[in-house]
Design a protein around this ligand. Structure first.
Ligand code: FEO
Ligand code: CA
Ligand code: CA
Ligand code: CA
Length: 737
């Protein structure tokens, strides 16, 4: 096994605020009774026969027949360790856009042998969140187009060992410092986002490499604007922007969102790990209690932290220097001491117009962002944007716009300045979950007494609050969650769903992160027959129903829609949702509701159940908050006392309401999903297949832990590549029927 640091499992919430609130509020009235524990139901394991493997780009597509209208009418896909994309019988999945694919007509085809360059004009790596932007026949934005559009795709990171993204380099690259400039330049260029045109011609989807719409933003792109309360604040001043109004690039782009006015939102997640700080930087900054030191630690950058790739060692040019955030001897305009404050945002981009300057929306708070989901827009009411902070014990947030929604803004002449009017002014809230199934949104504002009087950090102004949102949320006692990943709004009823992927720090005897009502499980799971994983290894999906004020509500009710678990796990304590073989899963991450069908797609990024199955995607037809029942879990602490936790378990989704739709190739995570407005094509990202490959085996493709997508007939070389796939139904019907 190779030694790899998991930069996607940050762990920097050391605050003392308890992870659940003991204050009881009004009880919810709950319908239904706790479903009997049926445990591991003896569902027949479905054979793999008849499942169509991905990449069959030459597969004949059957003549369209009358589409089935039965939601979840497909046969569930079995768990699998096969190095392929598996989808149900009657469906076809094909790779269309992989790492390195050209985005201009003059860019050379990707050789996939480590000699390729010019990544600013190619697809980036580690495809993640993704949104669809339709185009009509004349190339104008269209809400109804189904055969032509743009995909805006996040390129989160790269497969690495020690410092090197080894699949990008012919011999695996240099895993010691200093890093050669040529390697650094490739690695920075594969981060960021891409926009690529896609077209369906004679029932075959493909990218349009010569499209004038195509573009990239990398983590070094010039002129990204800082907007909102922190614009121009002293916290944002750097050598690159002496007035604190801009930065270079967007980094570690994970989840996505789409605004009601037709722009792309991308969340910056694990950006902190890319920057280095000298071992003496705490002292330089004034010691452990200096504000900038407290803030840097809270965001995971202790003095002496090395950077993920050592990009700061690429040379003397400023594009390398900016990755070292140590404070120098001059002022903030002389160095990059504040550079970390310019990352960690929801970034708004006009996917239709590459000439428009992207905006980092500081009003929505700075943290490890995943997706950004809008509550249902209602004319005359504020807009709400829901967001998660993915690190162990971090929080769930909501932004509520000052401006109220006007339908004229659904198709504005200037999309990005419309974004300025909704996303630069408003209120930022953090969620607190109560043990009775209610919860509250607490506004993060300087006038909040807990924030004004916070002992650990003195907030200078509202810019300081949004830039250091984690500290403000600590101050008000927000609920520490089991790693909030994606959120999405149920198109049927407006309820908000959040994936909580897993949390190895949740522990019965923990003073700061014991099990609580919204994160109630602590148990052990065994992997490969020997290694034990503790805490909440399999994650859960939580949902919230806003109070009467809707988007502007400051109270909500909640329950857990479903708990991830192995179907054979103990029904009374672990498999609380009675999952069967056809629907058991671990570590939910991507979460997207389909407006076309109402299906909720759940995608996994798992390391717990991967001895049994590769990561997967499931289709769900969820009910409503409160459709299940209360469940009390009891834990015995080491001092002999009993800890009881009340939680609320949604009605168990039977096999007809939750079903495995896809299993991915070896070592991948499944993430990102968008669809054509008719629901007849969905686009899904396969991230980091083969990431468990040892760098030492770079010259021997037989030792790659995946050869997807080349083993499915897509592209040159044998090195595994992150890629977008398109899924269609052979009878021309909607996906998931
Ligand atoms: Fe990029 Fe939290 O997943
Ligand atoms: Ca297990
Ligand atoms: Ca994610
Ligand atoms: Ca992830």
């Amino acid at each position: 096994m190779t030694q790899k640091i998991d930069f996607n499992d940050e762990n920097s919430n050391t605050s003392n605020n308890p992870s659940f609130d003991s204050v009881l509020q009004a009880r919810l009235s709950r319908r239904g009774v706790l479903r009997g524990s049926v445990g591991s139901v003896g569902t027949v394991m479905l054979a793999s026969v008849g499942l169509s493997a991905c990449g069959g780009s030459d597969d004949a597509v059957a003549a369209p027949a009358a589409p089935s209208s039965t939601l979840l009418g497909f046969t569930a896909v079995s768990k699998s360790l096969t190095d392929a994309v598996l989808v149900p019988a009657g469906y076809t999945a094909s790779a269309i856009y992989a790492l390195g694919d050209p985005l201009t007509g003059s860019t050379a085809a990707y050789k996939n042998d480590g000699t390729d360059t010019d990544y600013e004009n190619r697809a980036g790596d580690h495809h993640d969140g993704m949104e669809w932007f339709g185009l009509d026949a004349s190339g104008k934005p269209s809400l109804t187009a189904t055969d032509r559009g743009l995909l805006a795709v996040n390129h989160e990171a790269t497969t690495d060992e020690k410092l090197s993204s080894f699949f990008l380099h012919a011999n695996g690259g240099t895993s010691t410092l200093p890093r050669p400039a040529a390697e650094v330049d490739k690695e920075t260029a594969i981060h960021g986002i891409s926009v690529v045109e896609v077209k369906n011609t004679s029932s075959k989807w493909a990218t349009v490499p010569s499209s004038a719409f195509n573009f990239r933003l990398t983590c070094l792109s010039e002129g990204i604007q800082l907007n909102g309360p922190a614009r121009g604040n002293a916290l944002m001043v750097t050598k690159h922007s002496t007035d604190g109004t801009k930065t270079r690039g967007t980094l570690n782009n994970c989840g996505t969102g789409k605004t009601p006015w037709g722009t792309f939102l991308t969340g910056e997640e694990n950006w902190a790990g890319y920057f280095t700080r000298s071992a003496t930087d705490d002292t330089t900054r004034g010691g452990a209690t200096a504000k900038s030191v407290v803030a840097l630690k809270r965001y995971g950058r202790n003095a002496g932290s090395g950077s993920r790739h050592g990009w700061e060692t690429g040379g003397s040019d400023d594009k390398y220097a900016r990755w070292d955030i140590s404070q120098g001897t001059g002022t903030a305009t002389d160095d990059y001491r504040n550079e970390l404050n310019t990352f960690g945002y929801i970034v708004e981009i006009d996917a239709y117009d590459k000439t428009k300057t992207a905006r980092k929306r500081t009003a929505l708070g700075r943290f490890a962002h995943e997706s950004a989901a809008f509550g249902k827009p209602v004319v005359g009411q504020p807009l709400a944007v829901y967001m998660g902070d993915d690190s162990r014990g971090e929080y769930i947030y909501k932004f509520v716009s000052t401006k109220t929604w006007a339908t004229a803004d659904a198709n504005p002449a200037d999309r990005i300045t419309t974004g300025d009017t909704y996303l630069d002014a408003g209120k930022l809230y953090v969620a607190k979950f109560n043990s009775d199934g209610t919860g509250s949104w607490i506004e993060l504002i300087t006038t909040n007494a807990a924030i004004a009087g916070f002992a650990a950090y003195t907030f200078a102004d509202q810019a300081d609050v949004v830039v250091n949102a984690r500290l403000a949320a600590d101050a008000v006692g927000a609920t520490k969650m089991d790693r909030p990943e994606w959120c999405s709004t149920n198109v049927a009823n407006g309820e908000i769903y959040f994936t909580l992927t897993n949390n190895s720090n949740r522990a019965i005897n923990s003073a700061t992160m014991p099990p609580d009502s919204a994160n109630p499980r602590v148990y052990s799971d065994v992997k490969n027959g020997s290694s034990t994983q503790n805490g909440n290894p399999n994650g859960h999906v939580l949902r919230m129903k806003e109070g009467a004020a809707g988007n502007a509500a400051t109270s909500f009710s909640w329950d857990v829609y479903v708990f991830g678990a192995e179907s054979s796990a103990a029904p009374g304590t672990v498999n609380l949702s009675s999952l069967t073989d056809d629907q058991d899963f671990s570590s939910p991450d991507g979460l997207v509701f389909s407006p076309a069908t109402g299906i909720m797609w759940i995608q996994t990024d798992d390391g717990a159940y991967t001895d049994v199955t590769n990561c997967m995607m499931l289709a769900a037809l969820p009910g409503t908050v409160g459709d299940g029942a209360k469940k009390t879990l009891s834990y015995t602490k080491t001092d002999g006392s009993t800890l009881t936790v009340d939680t609320y378990v949604g009605k168990a989704p039977g096999d007809d309401k939750l079903k495995r739709f896809l299993v991915g190739p070896s070592g991948c995570e499944i993430t990102g999903l968008c669809e054509t407005p008719d629901g007849k094509a969905i686009f899904v990202n396969i991230q980091h297949p083969g990431e468990t490959t040892a760098m030492a085996n770079i010259a021997d493709p037989t030792k790659y832990t995946s050869q997807w997508p080349s083993n499915a007939g897509y592209g040159a070389g044998k090195r595994p590549r992150s890629a977008t796939i398109v899924i269609t139904k052979n009878d021309g019907g909607k996906i998931g029927t």
